[in-house]
Design a protein around this ligand. Structure first.
Ligand code: SF4
Ligand code: SF4
Length: 72
């Protein structure tokens, strides 16, 4: 599966607002909202590098395969 088919997803209810992913994202995609929960502020800038998923201690952000993709 190519990286282009991955989709960035977040679980704000799992996010503790540590800001790690916001700092590690090389293209400044992420922000925390007023409740200190993760927001994908600029999804078009995401290069699907996976650094946010790798660094998040709470599994609140991850890349997932696009379910619309035909993999059969
Ligand atoms: S996958 Fe990479 S570019 Fe996309 S939000 Fe995470 S750290 Fe940023
Ligand atoms: S690294 Fe995880 S817990 Fe920390 S702000 Fe990002 S999504 Fe939230």
């Amino acid at each position: 599966m190519s990286r282009e088919n991955l989709v960035l997803k977040v679980k704000p209810e799992w996010c503790k607002g540590c800001n790690i992913c916001v700092h590690f994202c090389p293209t400044n995609v992420l922000e925390l909202d007023e409740d200190n929960k993760i927001v994908i502020a600029r999804p078009d800038d995401c290069i699907k590098c996976g650094l946010c998923e790798l660094r998040c201690p709470d599994f609140a952000i991850y890349l997932e395969g696009d379910e619309n993709e035909d993999e059969k």
